[in-house]
Design a protein around this ligand. Structure first.
Ligand code: 6R9
Length: 629
């Protein structure tokens, strides 16, 4: 690819209500950022003091490129900051988890109840022989017990490896074996779109390939309960009932591992990203509080699954550290109908709502009438994560969901970063299409291959220049892959994304570095063309790929899904081509269009362009274990 390329930047701004700014935890971004830059260690030191520690740290940071340690020699257990201190400090009866099952079931766990459940299950795990440092795999639906299982591992210093309940047996087996998990926690079934997902059965298939697993804990949801294998399986409820109620929190070193979470690289086997106790606790606490601006009476809902990093950091650890009320909902956004989410926002009085562009575009596709039926006036802050939030989707989200009132925090980060790195802090002017600026605490840049910053308006590689507390510490069993992150561009952490900054320092994410298409010598980001297509009234979603072409090097092929009620006849392709030409210019116009019912996506909702490309070119798509069914 060429060293640098020009990107056309839109200049539209949205100004939040000045009251947002006045009451925000970070009321003045510019000041907070310069305070951080002046004394990064002092900045993080002050934040870390908000959490519970058994023993304080000697040094905030030790940087031995490419290895970082944070809160060196500090001792803590993240669960005391998530639970014990709230129970002791006046939040005992405050709802910690408000759970809605797909079948209409409801459960509320207060901080006290969650604390109790976690301690009992922690003792239950210990009784199965799980010790500090052992790995436990969690393969569960989105039920409170999934959160309990994670926290119970953390309580006794076991390392959890959560595998999303939508994965099949091979993906599960690979992750269990790589992490060398000795216990698996699962459930008989999950519920999805009115059907059951036979998790225990899928797990049994995986277990045929995982000799290291000694015991399987099964949460039984169906009645009558399935019969368990007495040699290997243990009933979740029995285990908890037998367990002692009190479980002191294990004192963990800041740098002890907290969890492993697998992320699929664009090629090769999934990587087991390792996060540690101290820095991760501090990074998730700070970003949850400051980016979402969480206040005491908020009702916070992140619609991700706990099986993704978004769920780890922003359903479980960050929100509980902050002591907020977390909504947990099993099920899908458009089941039983496209009003399902808005019904829940209305019923529970949700104030902070965090979702993914793929969901927002799906709602756009169903039209304004669905959210319009519900009272969404409790919403105060909206969030987005996972993919670029294209301007069209931003505007719809802002207007149809936020009522033109709520700041949108488009948060750029990764499994590897563990915490938010770029966003537009609440109260700052928002620019559709731009995630925003580095948060106070992160040093982010857009550079060329040598690490030299590229000028505003020029695309380049998105990097992080300085270590940050919640950064990954290694790739489980493959430290070389860890080093690659820091050595691809010397001295910087390379995120693998392409981005561009504008004159004000706002960062626009163009897409993954492997999603760049070179057409007749011009570098074109997939996200740009897709955004242009989505801004056409007929289009719901779009994915574009490059196809080799003898003349131009590559041409663009677009795969498009249409909004409900639109059909693909009557010169629509000409109209779409004209539309892209008008917004991006002739080089970006797709040479081919194909209309589809749905696009191939990962289970976390990211469009898998390489699957489209492989199909188009008759190539092997590589590892597709993360593809939705
Ligand atoms: C949190 C999460 C990381 C990749 C990342 C980037 C894309 C995430 C984004 C975004 C544009 C945002 N990504 N947030 N792109 N704007 N706000 O999604 O982690 O699953 O590891 O994916 O997702 O490409 O590099 P993960």
């Amino acid at each position: 690819m060429a060293e640098s390329f020009a990107v056309k930047l839109e200049e539209k701004r949205y100004y939040p209500d000045p009251r947002c700014r006045a009451t925000a935890w970070t009321p003045d971004y510019t000041r907070a950022y310069s305070e951080f830059l002046r004394d990064p260690e002092g900045f993080w030191d002050r934040i870390a003091r908000d959490l519970d520690w058994f023993e304080p740290w000697d040094r905030v940071r030790e940087w031995n490129y490419p290895y970082a340690k944070w809160f060196v020699n500090g001792k803590l257990n993240i669960t005391t900051s998530c639970l014990d201190r709230h129970v002791a400090g006046g939040r005992k009866d405050k709802p910690a988890i408000v759970w809605h099952g797909e079948s209409g079931e409801k459960r509320i766990l207060s901080y006290e109840a969650l604390h109790r459940e976690v301690m009992r299950f922690a003792n239950g795990l210990s009784s199965l022989g799980v010790n500090k440092g052992d790995r436990v795999c969690i393969y569960m639906p989105l039920v409170p017990e999934q959160v309990v299982a994670m926290l119970a591992c953390a309580r006794i210093g076991a390392v959890h490896s959560v595998v999303f309940g939508g994965f099949g047996p091979d993906a599960l087996a690979m992750r269990i074996n790589d992490a060398e998990a000795k216990v698996l926690v699962t459930a008989d079934v999950g519920y999805r779109r009115g059907k059951t997902v036979p998790l225990r059965k899928l797990a049994s298939e995986a277990l045929a390939q995982t000799p290291g697993v000694e015991k399987v804990v099964v949460l039984r949801r169906e009645t009558p309960g399935v019969e368990l294998d007495p040699d290997r399986e243990v009933d979740y409820a029995d285990l908890v009932a037998r367990a002692a109620p009190d479980c002191p929190a294990e004192a963990m070193d800041s740098e002890d591992p907290l969890f492993i979470l697998y992320t699929s690289g664009s090629t090769g086997a999934p990587k087991g990203i390792v996060h540690t106790c101290g820095g991760y606790a501090v990074g998730t606490y700070y970003t949850t509080r400051h980016v979402f601006d969480v206040k005491e009476n908020d009702v916070y809902w992140c619609t991700a699954d706990t099986g993704w990093i978004t769920g780890h950091s922003y359903i479980v650890y960050g929100p509980l550290e902050v002591g907020t009320t977390v909504v947990l909902a099993e099920g899908t956004p458009d089941y039983p109908d496209p009003g399902a989410y808005w019904q829940l926002v209305q019923d529970l009085g949700v104030t902070i709502f965090y979702t993914a562009p793929t969901a927002i575009r799906m709602f756009m596709r169903y039209g304004d009438e669905w959210p319009a039926k519900y009272n969404l006036s409790t919403l105060r802050v909206l969030g987005s994560v996972g993919e670029p939030l294209n301007p069209e989707a931003f505007e719809w989200y802002y207007r149809a969901i936020g009522g033109g009132r709520c700041p949108i925090v488009d948060t750029w980060w990764q499994t590897e970063t563990g915490m938010h790195m770029i966003t537009t802090m609440v109260g700052e002017p928002m620019k559709p299409g731009f995630a925003g600026k580095p948060i106070p605490g992160a040093v982010v840049d857009v550079v060329d291959r040598t690490g030299k910053p590229v000028p505003p308006g020029t695309g380049g590689f998105l990097v992080v220049r300085e270590p940050w507390p919640a950064m990954l510490r290694t790739v489980h069993g493959n430290d070389e892959r860890y080093c690659t992150y820091w050595k691809t561009i010397p001295g910087c952490y390379t995120a693998g994304d392409l981005a561009v900054k504008d004159e004000d320092g706002y960062v626009m994410i163009i897409g993954r570095a492997d999603d760049l298409i070179v057409v007749a010598g011009h570098n074109i980001g997939t996200a740009e063309v897709e955004s242009a297509l989505v801004s056409h009234d007929a289009v719901a979603e779009a994915a574009v790929i490059g196809k080799p072409d003898p003349l131009k090097g590559n041409v663009i092929k677009a795969f498009v899904t249409l909004r409900v009620g639109v059909n693909s006849g009557d010169g629509l392709t000409d109209d779409l081509a004209r539309h892209v030409r008008k917004s991006l210019g002739p080089v970006a116009v797709p040479a081919e269009f194909e209309f589809m019912d749905r696009l191939p996506k990962t289970r976390s909702g990211k469009i898998m362009r390489r699957v489209l490309k492989a199909r188009e070119l008759g190539m092997d798509p590589g590892d597709i274990s993360t593809l939705e069914e």
